[in-house]
Structure formats: structure tokens, C-alpha cells
Design a protein around this ligand. Structure first.
Ligand SMILES: O=P(O)(O)OC[C@H]1O[C@H](O[C@H]2O[C@H](CO)[C@@H](O)[C@H](O)[C@H]2O)[C@H](O)[C@@H](O)[C@@H]1O
Length: 372
């Protein structure tokens, strides 16, 4: 086994209240497998059974190609340059900066709770997942946001890894696509003085399986230059951003050959990455609900969640906000995409502008009316 295609993950012991499965305090159903009739929310790659091998590989390859800029370009050019898609995109999903007054107006009298995806939202997309750093200015901005609003980072990455990038202890963190949630005891001024830290890991029983698949994927994909396997603790990422397109089908075939032995795992596709995770009824949407509940915001009338993300897995959270009929879902994308978000921002720099305006707006409201 070489280190060439390994993306580091970290481990850290925590002395906190652990919720291995959501307890009666948090009234979520027991977790079931995909096979038990659960309709997968995230767009999964074609199922590993029910199809001929060639059919599966071709379908996977098409999915990989569709996620690449050159293919995506044909379908959807950046909003600013595409004569038709651009205006349509910004009409259906207006800029959250342009609609700032509408968003803050809808939140009046409610507590904004901020949910932020990491890659592509707080940090720009780069070739090396180990070097996806956020800027100092972005960190300062997120720190300011957390002074006024309970704030959670919701990421596909291993929680400890995303924490090592963000390094703000006052935030809540939901790693592994929401399957590893930690709420610090003193997460926010609004939390009760005796509040305990919470750790929720609904996929903990899958750890041995994930480790096994991680090792198998490392071994199987090591012949493909540029392929990287990232251990995100409760899920895995196989990156193909740096893989020659001619090798994509081989890589897809290799991943399939490993994962098909594990019917309790599912594969979805993100930004030049294959995501492998347990087929449980848990995703970023469930994480959002769990966090709101755990932070004491059970009543929809009191809270205004704002969720900003760029990934397909963020759609699960956007759907929750849409079905609850409150809060704001903001997709970070230059290109038109099928989404349940209502607003858009083009890139992380615009996310930072939006967050800074939000902080400034809140600062002024507090100064004008200290009790609000
Ligand atoms: O939920 P997120 O915080 O958006 O995490 C999703 C995946 O993000 C990372 O991969 C993506 O960003 C990399 C760094 O910019 C990029 O090289 C890669 O192509 C992208 O897919 C992360 O490495 C994955 O583990 C996350 O699942």
C-alpha cells in the first residue's frame, strides 16, 4: 500500500455525551438500510445490481463525464456568459446578495441559525483535497458570524479534518455528510449554561466496513495516476479530478468491483469525486434537523435557518428547508443546476460578502435595539 493516493484523515478522542443512535430525546426513526425501502435522496450512481456489467460501467462513466467542466459546459455555461441560461438562472435563483433585504426581512423576529458547507463554499475547489484551505479573511468572517448566530459547518469530510481547516472551536461540526455531529457545550451564547456537548454518530456500526473498503479501494486504485482515496471516517471519497479522462472508466470499474460486495453501501457522485457511504436514512438534511432540535429550536416560528452549499449532498438540506417552508437555501454555483435552493451565490468570495453583510446587518440591529 503506498501513500501516493491517500488523503489523510485524523482521529481525536472526545469526552462528550455520545448519541450513537438518535435517542428518544431526538425523535428520529431508527436507521434502516437502503434495502429496507428507503428512497435515496442524494442522486446515486446506477445501482450495482440489476444491470449488466457493461451497462453499469457505461452509466457510471456517463455520470462522471457529466460532472466534468467540459461536458457540463455544453449543458450549462456560467450564468454570466451564457446568453440564455444566465438570465434564466438568475431569474429562478436570484443572487442572495441582490435579495439580501428579502432574506433578512423574512428572518425578523426569529433566530438565524447558519449552516455552511465547506469545500466550494468556504474554500475554493483545488486539485489537492489536503490543501483546500480557507482564507484568513473567510475564517475571520465565519468567526464574526458565530458571534451573532449559532453556526454549523456541514461537510462530506471527516469532522476532524474539516475542523483542522476551520479551527473555530465555538462552531458545531457535522462531518461525513452529517453522520458525525459534534455540538460543543458552549457552542453559543444562546445555549443553556449547563448544556452538555453532544456527539451524534448514527453510522458508527459501519466503521469496520468503511475501513475495510478504504483499504480495498487504496489497493485497487493504486495503479491509476492521480486517483486519491480519502477516508472521511463514516464515508469515503474516490477523487478523479487529477485522473486522465481516458482512465475514468477503469477507475469507475475498479470502484464498482470493490463496492458491489457491500450492498449496505451506496455510491453517489460529487465534484469530480465518487462518494461511498452507508445506505442509512441519514444525510445533511437529517443533520440540519438534528442540529436545530439539539440547539433548542424545535419551534419553526422561532428560527430562520440559512444553509449555504455547493454540493449535490447539500440538496438534502435544501429539500428539508423547502418542505418546512422556512429559512433560506442558497446554492453556490456559477452554472444553472437543478436545485431545491431558492437563491444563488457564484463562488466562495460571494459567500464571504453575503456573510459579512449579514454580520453588519445584525450588528446594526443590535445597536439600534439592544434587546433584539
Ligand atoms: O460537503 P463538502 O464540504 O463540500 O465536501 C464534499 C467533498 O469535498 C472535498 O472534495 C472536493 O473538494 C476538493 C478540494 O477543493 C477537490 O479536490 C475535489 O475534487 C472536490 O470533490 C473533499 O475532499 C471530499 O472528501 C468531500 O466529500
Amino acid at each position: 500500500m503506498t501513500n501516493q493516493n491517500v488523503v489523510a484523515s485524523e482521529t481525536m478522542a472526545l469526552a462528550v455525551t455520545t448519541v450513537a443512535n438518535p435517542s428518544p430525546i431526538f425523535p428520529y426513526p431508527q436507521l434502516n438500510d437502503c434495502s429496507s425501502g428507503f428512497a435515496v435522496r442524494t442522486k446515486c450512481l446506477p445501482q450495482l445490481d440489476h444491470e449488466s456489467k457493461d451497462g453499469r460501467v457505461n452509466a457510471w462513466l456517463e455520470s462522471l463525464k457529466a460532472s466534468s467542466p467540459t461536458h457540463a459546459k455544453a449543458a450549462a455555461k456560467p450564468a454570466a456568459t451564457h446568453p440564455e441560461a444566465g438570465p434564466f438562472w438568475t431569474t429562478t435563483h436570484p443572487s442572495a446578495l441582490d435579495m439580501f433585504g428579502e432574506i433578512t426581512g423574512a428572518s425578523v423576529g426569529k433566530q438565524i441559525v447558519m449552516f455552511l458547507d465547506y469545500d466550494g463554499t468556504l474554500s475554493p475547489i483545488v486539485d489537492d483535497p489536503n490543501r483546500a484551505f480557507m482564507s484568513v479573511e473567510m475564517r475571520d468572517t465565519v468567526r464574526d458570524v458565530a458571534k451573532y448566530f449559532p453556526t454549523a459547518i456541514v461537510s462530506g469530510r471527516c469532522r476532524h479534518k474539516v475542523y483542522s481547516f476551520v479551527r473555530l472551536a465555538e462552531l458545531c461540526y457535522a462531518g461525513s455528510h452529517g453522520m458525525d455531529i459534534k455540538i460543543p457545550a458552549k457552542g453559543h451564547i444562546l445555549m443553556k449554561a449547563n448544556a452538555k456537548a453532544v456527539l451524534c454518530q448514527p453510522a458508527s456500526k459501519y466503521l469496520p466496513m468503511i475501513d475495510k473498503v478504504y483499504r480495498a479501494l487504496l489497493e485497487t486504485t493504486k495503479s491509476i495516476p492521480g486517483a486519491k482515496v480519502e477516508n472521511n471516517k463514516f464515508c469515503l471519497s474516490v477523487h478523479f479530478r487529477c485522473v486522465n479522462k481516458k482512465r475514468w472508466s477503469t477507475l469507475a470499474d475498479q470502484v464498482r468491483s470493490v463496492v458491489e460486495a457491500y450492498p449496505k453501501l451506496k455510491v453517489s457522485i460529487g465534484r469530480k469525486v465518487l462518494e461511498i457511504r452507508p445506505s442509512i436514512k441519514w444525510d445533511k438534511g437529517k443533520a440540519l434537523e438534528f442540529l436545530l432540535e439539539s440547539l433548542g429550536f424545535t419551534n419553526c416560528k422561532d428560527v430562520f435557518p440559512v444553509y449555504i452549499g455547493d454540493d449535490r449532498t447539500d440538496e438534502d438540506a435544501f429539500k428539508v428547508l423547502r418542505s418546512r417552508g422556512h429559512g433560506s437555501a442558497i446554492l453556490v454555483s456559477k452554472m444553472p443546476k437543478e436545485t431545491d435552493a431558492s437563491y444563488s451565490l457564484q463562488e466562495p468570495s460571494e459567500v464571504m460578502d453575503f456573510l459579512q453583510r449579514l454580520v453588519e446587518w445584525k450588528r446594526r440591529s443590535v445597536e439600534a435595539c439592544p434587546k433584539v
